[in-house]
Structure formats: structure tokens, C-alpha cells
Design a protein around this ligand. Structure first.
Ligand code: URA
Length: 265
């Protein structure tokens, strides 16, 4: 068979059919089988309407966890309100695995505010920052320069918090997202506690509040500024427990802090 002439004749047949339909008044291609539209439900089912609406509606604006943290923190006018705002904040999943919100310890209004990293096991159990082994070393370090979290003299008292109020699982490093969400709360915490001087305890605290990627061993002991206040990055006591020789640097930083407090009474 000649293929070309076969194809032509099929084409001719199809065209003739189409022309016949047009002549008969057909003006719309529908389907092979007829549909009895009188037998159909006249109103579209609500489920179908909902689906159509969902497809055509403007997409919902996704929550911005950092913007929400900023507005919740700004609305808190005292430390109790800030703690309540943190516990109602829905975007940080660490909360789900933590036993307690670890907000602060020591005396609000103290001249020195220490900002650590995140609660560990002991802190999570007791709901207070720096109460485990590293916390005990921290207490000894500050005692050596005459300061304590519960010192009756406000000039020698300490106020202590962390970047994260919830313990990360297995004490892993907090992620960048978790730190970014908590940063507005920490900045508001600093404003409300109004210390003269901040101590940024360890690399996570320094990196989160200074926005630097410089390592803590490089920037420790160098005065910086956070929220308009002098801030001193220091080596974390947990690091000092593993690196005994680094205690020398920590001691130099404590003397540096003491000198600054003395020159600006
Ligand atoms: N390490 C921290 O940074 N904070 C704590 O509260 C305990 C250990």
C-alpha cells in the first residue's frame, strides 16, 4: 500500500466529517458520550467550592519567626512579661523537648549581665542558668573578683541569662535559625535588665550578639558593643574545663572586667 496516499485519504475522510458537523451546526467539541445535564446536581458541592477557593485564593503569608519574635519582645514592658512572651512563642521547637524555660538567675539591675549559650541537662532540670559543672566554675571565677549572682551589693551582683532559654537535644549547638529567633528576646532582655556591662560567655553568645564569625579565642578580651553597652567576649567555662591552660586568658579577662568596673563606678 502506498503510505502517503493512505494518510491523505484518512485526512480527507476526517476533514469531510468535520465539515459535515460544521454544516450541521456543531460549534463546540464536548465528549464522546452524551451528558444529561438536567440529571446533574445544579449546585456544586461545598467541598468542590472549597477546593476551587483554595486554588484561587491569594497564598497565605507565612509567619516570619524573627519578625514575630521582634514584635513580641518589643511589647514586653518588664522581665516577667518577657518571660511570658518567650513561653508563648510558638516557632522554636526546642521548647517541645525541654522540661523548663530557663530564663535568668541572679539580680536584675546588677552592673554585670552574663549571656551564655543554652541550658544543659542540670539547667533544664532546675530551670536556672549555669547551675551544672560549668556554672560552678563560673561562680568560682567571679568570686575571685568579688562578684556573685546573689551578692547583696548591686555593684557586685551578677545577672545571668542565655541566648537560648530551652535546652537543645544532646546539648547540640543551637542552629542559626534558633539563634536568630531568640536574638530579639535577648536584646530586649538586655534593655530591660539595663546592665552597665555585658559579658558574652563563649562563642555562641559572642557570634549571636556581635554578628561576627571570628572565633572566640580571637576576640576574647576585646571590648565590643552590644545594644549600646560595652560587651566583653570571654571563654566559656565549659571550654575552660576541657582546656585548663586557657584559664590564664580567662583570668586576664576577669581582671580586665574588674578594672573597667572600677574606672566607671
Ligand atoms: N552553659 C551555658 O552556656 N549556659 C548554661 O546555662 C549552662 C551551661
Amino acid at each position: 500500500m502506498n503510505l502517503q496516499s493512505g494518510w491523505q485519504s484518512e485526512f480527507e475522510i476526517a476533514r469531510a466529517c468535520l465539515e459535515w458537523q460544521v454544516e450541521m451546526g456543531v460549534d463546540e467539541a464536548i465528549c464522546d458520550a452524551p451528558i444529561d445535564r438536567y440529571a446533574l446536581d445544579p449546585a456544586p458541592a461545598p467541598k468542590i467550592l472549597a477546593k476551587v477557593a483554595a486554588k484561587t485564593a491569594a497564598p497565605a503569608i507565612a509567619a516570619d519567626p524573627v519578625a514575630e519574635a521582634e514584635s513580641l519582645a518589643a511589647a514586653a514592658h518588664d522581665l516577667d512579661a518577657l518571660a511570658a512572651a518567650l513561653s508563648s512563642y510558638p516557632h522554636c521547637e526546642l521548647k517541645l523537648g525541654a522540661r523548663n524555660l530557663v530564663f535568668s538567675d541572679g539580680r536584675a539591675g546588677a552592673r554585670v549581665m552574663i549571656v551564655g549559650e543554652a541550658p544543659g541537662r542540670e539547667e533544664d532540670l532546675r530551670g536556672r542558668p549555669f547551675v551544672g559543672e560549668a556554672g560552678q566554675l563560673l561562680d568560682r571565677m567571679f568570686k575571685a573578683i568579688g562578684m556573685a549572682r546573689d551578692h547583696p551589693d548591686m555593684a557586685r551582683a551578677l545577672y545571668i541569662t542565655n541566648i537560648l532559654p530551652w535546652r537543645p537535644p544532646q546539648n547540640r549547638d543551637p542552629s542559626l535559625e534558633e539563634r536568630a529567633m531568640m536574638r530579639p528576646f535577648v536584646l530586649r532582655h538586655i534593655e530591660l535588665a539595663a546592665p552597665d556591662i555585658l559579658v558574652l560567655m563563649g562563642r555562641i553568645s559572642a557570634a549571636t550578639l556581635l554578628g561576627t564569625s571570628d572565633g572566640i579565642t580571637k576576640i576574647r578580651g576585646q571590648w565590643r558593643e552590644v545594644a549600646g553597652r560595652p560587651a566583653l567576649p570571654m571563654l566559656h567555662p565549659a571550654y575552660l574545663l576541657r582546656n585548663l591552660v586557657a584559664k590564664r586568658e580567662a583570668w586576664a579577662d576577669l581582671l580586665n572586667l574588674q578594672a573597667r568596673l572600677r574606672t566607671n563606678p
